[in-house]
Design a protein around this ligand. Structure first.
Ligand code: PEP
Length: 252
């Protein structure tokens, strides 16, 4: 069955005390909610993962990292490996975020290695894909996303692909206040699902969770989530305030 997910990507925000406060506020508010088939994931910066996983033990959210290095260990100063995340009870990890692609030149091929590393250690990848504005304007957005999936994801075996969460994040919508319309989101999500069905099977495609990300907020979440192929959201800016993030959780 397809899991519905709202994941908060805090990016490089919050001091330790602020992080402590936000995790506590989310935990307390979720305590009184019935989440049924919904999963809430918090993805704080690396230094706060332990704080989050400690609280998550008695709370209704899971913890994700924002990045990982493909290898298990070695001379990669400053990097964090899949077994390190696993040993801290981190269950999810965002990869392929457009900021990593842009500022750290992460290629589709490099991301394929991260997927392998995460799956080997039983961590669920949240794989981000999406086009930049000139690509959409040139009507190349489907081709761009198809290439990202082909080069990073589609080497996976069926039993691996079934554990991946996909996040469609049009780059022009991230942090801009301009979200994709519900129609644009649905159209791309259905396209992604059709590619997965063609490569693997309809059953597997039907079960894959596909999140929308890009200026999703308390006001537009319900309409975006009401589409049949939109299974929740990857939330940036609006995940930094408990009240906003929880309104998005409630909209799912
Ligand atoms: C993101 O960075 O994944 C994101 C969706 O950001 P925002 O919600 O701020 O657009």
């Amino acid at each position: 069955m397809r899991t519905k997910i709202v994941a908060g990507n805090w990016k490089m925000n919050k001091t330790f005390l602020e992080a402590e406060e936000l995790v506590a506020q989310v935990a307390e508010a979720l305590d009184t909610r019935k989440l049924d088939n919904k999963t809430v994931v918090l993805c704080p910066p690396f230094p706060y993962l332990e704080l989050a996983t400690d609280i998550a033990k008695d709370a209704k959210f899971s913890v994700g990292a924002q990045n990982v290095y493909p290898d298990d260990s070695g001379a990669f100063t400053g990097e964090v490996s899949p077994p390190m995340l696993k040993s801290m009870e981190v269950e999810y990890c965002i990869i392929g975020h457009s900021e990593r692609r842009k500022y750290f030149a992460e290629s589709n091929e490099f991301l394929a290695g991260k997927l392998d590393g995460l799956l080997k250690h039983d961590i669920i990848p949240i794989f981000c894909c999406g086009e930049v504005l000139p690509e959409r304007e040139a009507k190349k957005h489907f081709k761009v996303v198809e290439k990202q999936l082909n080069e990073s994801l589609f080497h996976l075996k069926k039993n691996e692909m079934s554990r991946v969460v996909v996040a469609y994040e049009p780059v022009w919508a991230i942090g801009t206040g301009v979200n994709a319309t519900p129609e644009q989101a649905q159209e791309m999500h259905a396209f992604i699902r059709s590619l997965i069905a063609k490569k693997y099977s309809k059953k597997l495609a039907d079960d894959v969770t596909i999140l929308y990300g890009g200026s999703c907020n308390a006001k537009n979440a319900k309409e975006l989530f009401s589409n049949p192929d939109v299974d929740g959201g990857l939330i940036g800016g609006a995940s930094l305030k408990a009240v906003d993030f929880l309104a998005i959780v409630d909209a799912l």
